[in-house]
Design a protein around this ligand. Structure first.
Ligand code: ZN
Length: 169
C-alpha cells in the first residue's frame, strides 16, 4: 500500500513535470543561468601576472593590459635595453581616471627626488620603481574598479610615446 502510494506520487510528479506550465520552465532556466554564472566566477584567477618590457628606443612592448576586477595584479617590468637609468629610465605608472597625462608627465619630470612620481602619488593607482637597462622590477596591487585607465613611463619626455591602456573588465 505504501509502495503504491509512493509510485502514484512519482508518476504524478513526472506528469506535472512533463506538461509543466511556462512558469515552471522559466524557473528552471533561472536556475541554469545562476549555475552558469557561479562557475564562470570561479574560473577567474585570483591573481594575474603581466610582463611588460621597455627598451632603449623608448618603447613598451604592450599597448593594452587587461585584467579582471578584484584580481591581484603583478606587473613585472623588464628593461631590455642597455642604457643607464639616468638616460633611459623606465617605470610603469597607472594613473587614476581623469588624470591629464601631459600635466602629470610634466610634473613627474620635476619630481626626480621622488622617483618621478609627483604629489606623493595622489594621481597614481600603482607604479613600479624606475629602472635602467638590464634591470627588472615589479609591483603588486589590487585591480581597481572596472574601467579604462592610462599607464605611462614617467621618466622625463617618455610619456608621449611610452603610454598605453590598463583595462579592468
Ligand atoms: Zn621610460
Amino acid at each position: 500500500m505504501k509502495f503504491l502510494k509512493l509510485t502514484a506520487i512519482v508518476i504524478l510528479s513526472i506528469s506535472v513535470f512533463a506538461c509543466g506550465g511556462d512558469e515552471k520552465k522559466s524557473d528552471k532556466e533561472k536556475v541554469k543561468i545562476g549555475t552558469k554564472k557561479q562557475s564562470s566566477t570561479t574560473e577567474v584567477a585570483k591573481e594575474i601576472e603581466v610582463k611588460v618590457t621597455g627598451n632603449d628606443l623608448m618603447q613598451f612592448n604592450v599597448k593594452v593590459i587587461r585584467v579582471k576586477e578584484g584580481q591581484e595584479v603583478t606587473i613585472v617590468l623588464e628593461h631590455i635595453g642597455k642604457q643607464p637609468i639616468n638616460i633611459m629610465g623606465h617605470n610603469v605608472v597607472i594613473l587614476k581616471q581623469g588624470t591629464d597625462i601631459s600635466a602629470f608627465g610634466s610634473e613627474a619630470s620635476a619630481a626626480k627626488e621622488s622617483d618621478y612620481i609627483p604629489n606623493a602619488g595622489k594621481d597614481v593607482i600603482a607604479h613600479t620603481k624606475m629602472i635602467g637597462g638590464g634591470e627588472t622590477t615589479s609591483v603588486t596591487f589590487m585591480a581597481p574598479e572596472k574601467g579604462e585607465y592610462d599607464f605611462i613611463c614617467s621618466f622625463p619626455g617618455h610619456y608621449g610615446i611610452m603610454q598605453g591602456k590598463f583595462i579592468v573588465e
